[in-house]
Design a protein. Structure first.
Length: 256
């Protein structure tokens, strides 16, 4: 792993900024896919970070400092990596970089019983306060699943603990609307722009009735869901085509 803190590369990975902001989870982060020495969709990630910073009333470091830091971390790197940019409320910031493994072809999901509030102070914010999501993942793994699906107080499907959701129905491709409280994911955003994916509000039964279900994220892009609770989902030709077409379009323009 590579580590940069406040613009300076660190030889010791233990040199994260020690502060109340870090201890209390008061800050933001962006997880960015990198290919060799190029970050993917950097402008869109920065725009989301900027919007979130205004929402939680913290000041970001200068964009040029972030970009120079990213260049330092990516120097002489090859292959796919996960770059995580962390910005704390007290002004400290850091970047970590780790190689990305291919991982599983598909994932299984359980239903989360506790609701996610659609209009909370941190709704739609990629906050480093990640305890709720990590608890869901631990519970999911303990019961034989990979992740869990949040519903909001209106029983609308929101997202998983780690990803946005994408479903194929008779009405085409759909993803939960931002009004549900889901994170405005970058892959989600590009799917809406490029492939006519519609935002909608739907319940858990509607989700289970879908022809195919996928999770979407900046690192894994589009990943098939093979099981939700007891409902099994087979591979879908339209889904396989979407996965390949999305990759092709994204990697032909690394900063769309």
């Amino acid at each position: 792993m590579k580590l940069l803190v406040n613009g300076v590369l660190q030889d010791d990975h233990a040199k994260l900024p020690y502060s109340n902001s870090l201890l209390r989870g008061d800050g933001l982060f962006e997880t960015i896919l990198t290919i060799d020495q190029k970050p993917v969709a950097l402008d869109r990630h920065y725009a989301r970070l900027e919007k979130s910073a205004k929402q939680i009333q913290i000041t970001l470091p200068a964009r040029i400092d972030i970009e120079v830091g990213i260049e330092k971390v990516l120097a002489n790197v090859s292959g796919k990596s996960r770059l995580r940019l962390n910005v704390l409320a007290d002004g400290d910031w850091s970047i970590t970089l780790e190689p990305v493994s291919e991982g599983k072809e598909s994932v299984s999901l359980m239903k989360v019983n506790e609701p996610k509030i659609s209009n909370g102070a941190l709704s739609g914010v990629k906050s480093i306060s990640y305890g709720e999501s990590l608890l869901v993942v631990r519970r999911a793994i303990a019961t034989g699943f990979d992740d869990g699906i949040f519903l909001n107080e209106n029983s609308d499907v929101v997202e998983t603990a780690l990803s946005n959701l994408l479903i194929l129905t008779d009405d085409g491709w759909q993803t939960p609307a931002l009004s549900t409280g889901c994170l405005p994911g970058i892959t989600r955003e590009l799917l809406i722009k490029w492939f006519d994916v519609k935002e909608s509000e739907f319940d858990f039964d509607y989700l289970l009735s879908a022809k195919a279900v996928y999770v979407t994220s900046s690192i894994k892009l589009i990943q098939r869901v093979d099981k939700i609770e007891d409902r099994l989902f087979s591979k879908n030709l339209l889904g396989e085509e979407l996965i390949e077409n999305f990759k092709s379009k994204l990697f032909s323009n690394m900063n769309p």
